[in-house]
Design a protein. Structure first.
Length: 150
């Protein structure tokens, strides 16, 4: 990240960044509470989302999951272990490479995902306009150079 010592971010853009962060934090806070009420960790919900959203032709290997979760390989293995103990996922051998396993949702994981996804979409709906407006303002600011020189 570059340091621009004689540039200043305009107050309006600082407010927009703050609003965007606020809306994201409110959504993330909701997500943490909703997942905990279901008895699973937030990362387990994120994991089952990633597994359910694997693109056609891609497989939910530990490496793929680690990349999508922005976690280290060993942290992803531990997360999958916990999700497996919770009954959300199961490992299956990869028929193409027996050295690795693939991770799939269980029926319980699918039900949990569907229930939580619906709750999340309902919570996100009233925030969408605020988030979109903030993103559009930030996009305009970045196209205009963002910070101004003093």
């Amino acid at each position: 990240m570059s340091h621009i010592s004689d540039a200043k971010v305009p107050q309006a853009e600082l407010r927009t960044l703050a609003e965007f962060r606020y809306q994201l934090r409110r959504f993330l806070s909701f997500s943490e509470i909703a997942t905990e009420q279901r008895g699973i960790a937030t990362q387990q919900y994120q994991l089952i989302q990633v597994i359910a959203a694997v693109p056609e032709g891609q497989r939910a290997s530990i490496s793929y999951l680690a990349e999508r979760m922005v976690l280290r390989h060993n942290s992803t293995v531990e997360l999958v272990d916990r999700a497996e103990r919770a009954g959300l996922v199961r490992r299956e051998p990869d028929e193409n490479d027996l050295r690795r396993s693939l991770v799939r949702l269980t029926p319980q994981g699918e039900r949990t995902l569907q229930d939580l996804a619906l709750e999340h979409l309902n919570d996100l709906a009233p925030r969408c306009d605020h988030l979109i407006r903030a993103l559009q303002e930030l996009q305009r600011a970045s196209k205009n150079g963002g910070a101004t020189a003093e």
